[in-house]
Design a binder for this molecule. Structure first.
Ligand SMILES: *[C@@H]1O[C@H](CO)[C@@H](O)[C@H](O)[C@H]1NC(C)=O
Ligand SMILES: *[C@@H]1O[C@H](CO)[C@@H](O)[C@H](O)[C@H]1NC(C)=O
Ligand SMILES: *[C@@H]1O[C@H](CO)[C@@H](O)[C@H](O)[C@H]1NC(C)=O
Ligand SMILES: *[C@@H]1O[C@H](CO)[C@@H](O)[C@H](O)[C@H]1NC(C)=O
Ligand SMILES: *[C@@H]1O[C@H](CO)[C@@H](O)[C@H](O)[C@H]1NC(C)=O
Ligand SMILES: *[C@@H]1O[C@H](CO)[C@@H](O)[C@H](O)[C@H]1NC(C)=O
Ligand SMILES: [Cu+2]
Length: 833
């Protein structure tokens, strides 16, 4: 992060005199803290207890793997300088995360470190057809022992390859340009624009690109739609032009591709000639075009009343309170400890999450970010994205300091290795503590009030995949609660609004511009949570809160039967999908099979839909025609499965290339195997994995233009301790204050009516006061404040960049874009959106 903070003295010369007042926040003095200044961050060296065995390959390791494969696999005819997918080349190298069976003894029993292996994707041609093929290479570092093996064991299809229908992105684009040029007379007549081959992104020109679902009839059919390029803020997906063309792309030889039907305003034309003829006919119904303009600008630089004062911000005057081992990417904060890692497809994952020394989760990480559209036109009607294919990690771009994360946040880079190159995206992960605008707990008693701050730790990244931006947070709370939260922003993928269509125009969304429909879609983002609640042997239960009519002996004879409620526990005895219960009428709890708290209750963690817009949804569409077997995890809110080395993931990024022939079938993983464990049947060790979904039923409306807003496009799942400790552990971590409102008295309820002799009551409390007896004498009628945890007691000078980093000196090191030529692995380019 290279942004140069404006020196605080510059302030007075700037227009922001008011910021200057804020910049010299003066707190009351506390002598021993006088050397602490904002940003000094005097951090002690801090080392992770173990190595981060899940870490992404280093640049050196990736190069070593590339060299090894080139030398080893001479029969692969690999080229270092591929021209198309017809060449064989190493597309991707990344860490193959070690099996838990090997890491658990290392982490928990001091066994030797597990072997390090690479997962390798090679673009290979067999009989003229290109495939993406998975291999594993290792152990690392490369030695005489190292081998290159087909990687099959993690795919329940038993295959390690996926056919790559995207032969060449360049050639597809070229075809689209040629197709569009051939109807220039039509596009000029309809909306006064044509493609510009010299400059395809000419803002006044047109683009055409295909919808990315294919091979639904065995061959490949592409539906191309025309768009304006949207060069202002990148609003291409708000600028569909309503002309669609069907391309028969069955042949591997693009020279044999043919343009078939055309579609405009709800009417199908057999070919371009019929379309052209109809255009001049008397019955032709035109619709308005979508023209780019200030309406798609993501910001409005205009002067508006009341926008001349900056808002409040959060500062961190004494430095962070978490400890960070940057090398091992290990974080420790108020009892929470965990490792952070990244992967090009899925972004951040966390491993070995412990709370106050006890195991909570082995692994927590995104599996897939799917979006499924619906519509009555050939584009939206079959549109679906699985964004791990485009790379939720690759597309984690630089965060904006002071905006994406507080100015004081720590940043980490992410790295990935593609086509012999290492790409580094600096400052793509941020870590920070934040204090909520609400307390964690409070209580007003008769003579006192107590308040505990809610400070939490966030690990954040933003994946911008073409049109959409997903902000993903892992949030840790002082009581042991863990939250996973996603918020969406960016441009929606809108539909062309077929005005004057006889069909119901609001069936798939709302009209949101001249010829634009908001286009209903479901976002379903799938996460894996390998819970190890106080160890790996766990049981999942549904604890229901049920109404019942009961007869109690003490109720007799007045009340023969009483309508009431009670708790009923239903063990989850086999692998299954669950939905959040109606009326929140059940708690889903993962209990330790062995460990109990001081009260003899099983230690547990509850899994619940968290904060955000309603409870988290799953896919509305039943048995999606587009998705086939490739995303069955989307069909329920939560899944409970046996943990297996052979089932490390619910999805693989390459499944987007062949959704109807997926290499991982989730329904074969969640196949009702028994979850019962222990004697007499010891074949299963009781180690559970939960998969859960975040997302939204997104029905965008006019307020999504230009961008979707994150305060409401949010959803979360929380893991909440349930009898995990003996009482609330946050009491040892929170900062707060107890105000003794009057004398030394205590107890009672706020506002309780005081009866009896005042002096006698006082005496009684002096003897039996539980809460303020250690407090030194304060005069009656005066408030005494007693702090727990540290407080700000010394004034600090806060430099301006602590409030608002000066972005004018900001240097962006790299915003690497992945190579598009072979793969179209750039959403928004190759497969529209
Ligand atoms: C090896 O690949 C090159 C292109 O990368 C190709 O021209 C050549 O025919 C291939 N050789 C074999 C034996 O497949
Ligand atoms: C465009 O027209 C030319 C000339 O008729 C033809 O050769 C070419 O194949 C057409 N392009 C497409 C994509 O159909
Ligand atoms: C629908 O058609 C009418 C008559 O042709 C036209 O005036 C109107 O603008 C059209 N509506 C839209 C939304 O294009
Ligand atoms: C899903 O749809 C496919 C194709 O129409 C059909 O063969 C299959 O039986 C359906 N599966 C379910 C579970 O409905
Ligand atoms: C991980 O476990 C699978 C299944 O047992 C096995 O095939 C594979 O070789 C293991 N991976 C490593 C690196 O040992
Ligand atoms: C990819 O395509 C671009 C634009 O057509 C071209 O400049 C570049 O050389 C291509 N890269 C490779 C590796 O062929
Ligand atoms: Cu959306």
């Amino acid at each position: 992060m290279e942004f140069k903070g404006r020196a605080a003295v510059n302030l007075l010369t700037s227009a922001f005199v008011l910021i200057g007042v804020v910049a010299f926040l003066i707190f009351s003095l506390r002598p021993e803290a006088s050397s602490v200044e904002y940003g000094s961050r005097q951090r002690k060296a801090f080392a992770a207890p173990k190595h981060n065995v899940w870490a992404e390959l280093s640049e050196y390791e990736a190069a070593e793997v590339n060299d090894f494969i080139i030398k080893q696999a001479t029969d692969f005819n690999l080229t270092l300088h591929p021209k198309s997918v017809q060449d064989n080349f190493i597309f991707m190298v990344e860490t193959s995360k070690p099996n838990k069976t090997d890491t658990a003894p290392y982490l928990y029993d001091d066994a030797p470190i597990p072997e390090r292996w690479a997962k390798v994707t090679i673009s290979q041609t067999f009989e003229g057809d290109p495939y993406m093929v998975y291999y594993m290479a290792g152990p690392l570092p490369i030695s005489k022992e190292s081998r290159l093996l087909p990687l099959e064991w993690m795919f329940n299809s038993g295959r390690n390859y996926v056919a790559n229908p995207i032969q060449s992105y360049d050639i597809i684009l070229d075809f689209a340009l040629s197709m569009a040029e051939n109807v220039s007379d039509i596009t000029r007549k309809l909306f006064g624009a044509t493609v510009n081959r010299q400059d395809p992104s000419d803002p006044h020109g047109l683009l055409a690109f295909p919808r990315g679902s294919r091979i639904e009839t065995g061959g490949m059919v592409l539906w191309m739609q025309f768009y304006r390029p949207g060069m202002g803020s990148g609003a291409r997906t708000l600028l569909p032009q309503g002309i669609y063309a069907k391309v028969d792309a069955t042949s591997a030889n693009i020279a044999k591709w043919t343009v078939g039907e055309w579609y405009y305003n709800g009417v199908i034309y057999a070919n371009e000639h019929e379309f052209r003829a109809a255009l001049d006919g008397p019955d032709f119904v035109r619709t308005p075009a979508n023209i780019d303009g200030s309406w798609t600008d993501t910001e409005d630089f205009g002067d508006y009343p009341d926008r001349d004062l900056p808002p409040p911000v959060s500062v961190q005057p004494y430095g962070p309170r978490y400890k960070l081992d940057r090398k091992e990417r290990f974080v420790s904060w108020f009892g929470f400890e965990f490792y952070v890692t990244t992967a090009q497809a899925t972004g951040i994952s966390l491993f070995d999450i412990r709370f106050k020394g006890e195991r909570v989760m082995y692994e927590l990480g995104l599996q897939e970010a799917m979006a499924h559209y619906a519509g009555d036109d050939p584009m939206q009607g079959g549109l679906e994205f699985m964004d791990s294919f485009f790379g939720m990690g690759k597309n984690m771009f630089e965060l904006v300091p002071g905006y994406d994360c507080p100015a004081y946040a720590d940043y980490l880079d992410s790295e990935w290795h593609q086509a012999y190159k290492t790409h580094n995206t600096p400052n793509s992960i941020c870590i920070f503590e934040y204090t909520a605008d609400h307390l964690l707990s409070r209580h007003t008693a008769q003579y006192s009030v107590t308040a505990s701050r809610n400070t939490f730790l966030t690990i954040r990244s933003v994946s911008t995949v073409g049109n959409y931006d997903y902000t993903i947070d892992y949030i840790f709370y002082m009581d042991g609660t863990l939250e996973v939260k996603v918020r969406a922003s960016g441009f929606i993928f809108a539909a062309f609004y077929t005005a004057n269509n006889t069909k119901s125009e609001d069936e798939y969304g709302h009209r949101i511009h001249d010829a634009l429909s908001s286009s209903i879609h479901d976002h379903v983002l799938n996460w894996k949570a390998d819970l190890d609640v106080a160890g790996p042997t766990n049981d999942m239960v549904r604890m229901a809160i049920e109404p019942i009519t009961k007869t109690y002996e003490w109720d007799q004879p007045e009340q023969p039967a009483r309508n009431t409620m009670h708790l009923v526990e239903y063990p989850v005895t086999e692998e299954t999908g669950l939905d959040w219960p109606a009326n929140s009428g059940e708690f889903y709890i993962v209990y330790s099979s062995d460990e109990k708290n001081a009260w003899g209750e099983r230690k547990g963690y509850r899994i619940t839909s968290g904060t955000g817009m309603g409870s988290t949804p799953h896919l509305t569409i039943l048995n999606s025609t587009t998705l086939g077997e490739s995303a069955r995890y989307a069909e329920h809110d939560l899944w409970v499965l046996r943990r297996k080395d052979t089932e490390p993931r619910s999805a693989d990024p390459l499944m987007y290339l062949a959704p109807h022939d997926p290499i991982i079938e989730f329904s074969k993983m969640a196949n009702h195997e028994s979850l019962e464990h222990g004697a007499p049947d010891t074949s299963y060790d009781g180690d559970l994995v939960v998969y859960f979904n975040l997302g939204a039923h997104h029905v965008p409306h006019s307020g999504d233009i230009p961008n979707t807003l994150m305060h409401t496009s949010s959803s979360s799942v929380m893991f909440v301790p349930h009898n995990f400790a003996d009482s609330d552990p946050s009491r040892q971590s929170v900062q707060g204050v107890r105000l003794q409102l009057q004398g030394k008295k205590s107890g009672g309820f706020a506002g309780e009516w005081f009866t009896g002799d005042e002096s006698k009551t006082l005496l009684r409390h002096d003897n039996g006061d539980l809460r303020s007896r250690s407090e030194g004498g304060s005069g009656q009628g005066k408030t005494t404040a007693r702090y727990f945890g540290a407080t700000y007691e010394k004034g600090v000078q806060v430099p301006l960049e602590a409030l608002e980093p000066d972005m004018r000196g900001y240097v962006s090191h790299s915003n690497a874009v992945s190579e598009l030529n072979f793969t179209g692995f750039g959403r928004g380019e190759a497969f529209g959106g």
